[in-house]
Design a protein around this ligand. Structure first.
Ligand SMILES: *[C@@H]1O[C@H](CO)[C@@H](O)[C@H](O)[C@H]1NC(C)=O
Ligand SMILES: *[C@@H]1O[C@H](CO)[C@@H](O)[C@H](O)[C@H]1NC(C)=O
Ligand SMILES: *[C@@H]1O[C@H](CO)[C@@H](O)[C@H](O)[C@H]1NC(C)=O
Ligand SMILES: *[C@@H]1O[C@H](CO)[C@@H](O)[C@H](O)[C@H]1NC(C)=O
Length: 418
């Protein structure tokens, strides 16, 4: 009797929740279609026309360099990566810089989420301009375009829903951390302290007061699509592309995103990998995007000259301090004691400096641990579809299962990308 009452309550509760969710989705969809209509009306452009802007401001290369000189040394760092390449860790190198840095962690999460709702899937070609325009405005400390993608929409530029706010030191420091009011937005507070919901007007003011700005993103597919940022004379952008051995990335994703990678886990268990499977095609597409972006960056076309750096995860893991120092030299920003301390606390970098061979060997072992967690047949698939990408970055093929699991053989070629 009691049990059946409980069942009825449960069913009723589930129905109400479902209704609320459906209602919410409808709202989102209608808001999104309003926005789409707006975007398509030429008289009311919601997204700034970046190419027109760049063209107008860039009548001559000279005026652009003059404008940049007036930036007074302000740098805009974009850390470009894909998931499971250590980008949160490398992002900390900049987040920890100190009072002169305004760092944002994955702001494009909101853009991707809303565009996915719009179209029922992600379309890289269609998303690229939105990603670029949001990044451009954020580098100029303007959150208005990003706000249009935040769900629920911020009220008077205040939101409790910014993705991973706690990963940006500047959004948790004074004065952006407003007093926490008990009972309101209970969930939203920073790591070391509780803050009220995020006031984006305050965030923007804080951003303007800091000299340098850094953004990390795993969502940009092609470096080429960001060219207008490099050509915007109001910005001095430095692109850092972080890459990792795609075999290790697959091994790591199979653990981290276990539901999404269930096909791979199935194949790992029963042996056959269908070559024309969508998952395999996706892997090939990802590897191609990474390679095409890196090839472009390494060619150093005029618009990327002194603006592009390629970094391998494996080098950061083995030599965090020296790699961080190189990255800071590249950006032209002082490598502060705070960053050094953070790296010392969070790695074994203290031993790196002493040059003890066993330490280095041990770190290499850590970096190549994936070789014992993923079966050779999956390694073969990755090598087949990501071959050119692996060659470019200096990741050696394992020709046999014995070679894959031979600890005395490193699969990382020492390689420099300058
Ligand atoms: C953006 O500006 C360029 C250059 O002026 C122009 O050719 C293009 O049609 C514009 N695009 C939109 C969507 O307004
Ligand atoms: C993706 O977007 C582009 C540009 O809007 C469009 O031409 C293309 O058909 C879309 N692709 C898919 C698969 O929807
Ligand atoms: C957000 O901060 C700005 C700037 O200090 C302030 O004027 C505004 O009132 C704040 N908004 C809210 C809702 O508290
Ligand atoms: C390698 O590192 C692991 C974990 O940090 C440690 O337990 C082990 O003793 C180290 N081995 C050597 C040879 O230094």
């Amino acid at each position: 009797m009691c049990g059946s009452m409980r069942t009825k309550y449960t069913i009723c509760f589930v129905c109400i929740v479902a209704l609320v969710i459906i209602e919410k989705e409808n709202n989102i969809i209608s808001r999104v279609s309003d926005k789409l209509t707006l975007r398509q009306t030429p008289q009311t452009p919601l997204l700034p026309n970046a190419s027109a802007l760049a063209e107008e401001l860039l009548n001559s290369a000279e005026s652009s360099e003059q404008e940049r000189a007036s930036l007074d040394g302000t740098k805009h760092i974009l850390l470009l990566a894909t998931t499971r390449t250590g980008s949160s860790f490398v992002g900390e190198f900049f987040n920890q810089q100190g009072d002169n840095m305004f760092y944002l962690f994955e702001p494009l999460w909101h853009v991707e989420r809303m565009l996915t709702l719009e179209t029922g899937g992600t379309n890289a070609t269609a998303s690229a301009p939105a990603y670029r325009n949001v990044l451009q405005q954020l580098f100029l400390c303007d959150f208005k375009l990003l706000e249009t993608f935040i769900e629920p929409p911020p009220v008077h530029h205040v939101t409790p829903a910014l993705f991973r706010r706690e990963s940006s030191a500047s959004l948790c420091d004074d004065p952006v951390c407003t007093p926490f009011v008990k009972g309101v937005f209970e969930r939203y507070h920073c790591k070391t302290r509780r803050c009220g919901p995020l006031n984006l007007t305050l965030a923007s003011e804080s951003c303007r007061q800091k000299q340098h700005r850094a953004i990390k993103s795993v969502r940009v597919r092609q470096l080429e699509t960001l060219r207008p940022l490099s050509e915007d004379p109001r910005l001095d952008v430095k692109f850092i592309q972080l890459v990792r051995d795609p075999r290790a990335v697959l091994a790591s994703r199979m653990v981290a995103f276990s539901a999404k990678y269930k096909h791979w886990k199935q194949w790992a268990a029963d042996g056959e990998v269908p070559a024309d499977d969508e998952e395999v095609k996706k892997l090939r597409g990802n590897c191609d995007n990474i390679r095409v972006s890196a090839e472009l960056g390494l060619q150093q076309p005029a618009w990327l000259r002194r603006r592009y750096m390629l970094v391998r995860y494996e080098d950061i893991a083995r030599f965090p301090m020296s790699k961080a120092a190189e990255m800071y030299t590249f950006t032209g920003i002082p490598f502060t004691p705070q960053v050094k301390d953070w790296i010392l606390k969070n790695t074994q970098a203290s031993k790196e400096a002493s040059g003890v061979y066993s330490t280095q060997k041990n770190s290499s072992e850590q970096v190549e641990k994936w070789r014992f967690t993923i079966p050779f047949k999956l390694v073969q698939v990755v090598q087949k579809v990501c071959g050119p990408t692996m060659k470019l970055f200096g990741y050696k093929f394992a020709e046999s299962e014995e070679m894959l699991t031979d600890k005395s053989l490193s699969l990382i070629e020492e390689k420099s990308f300058v």
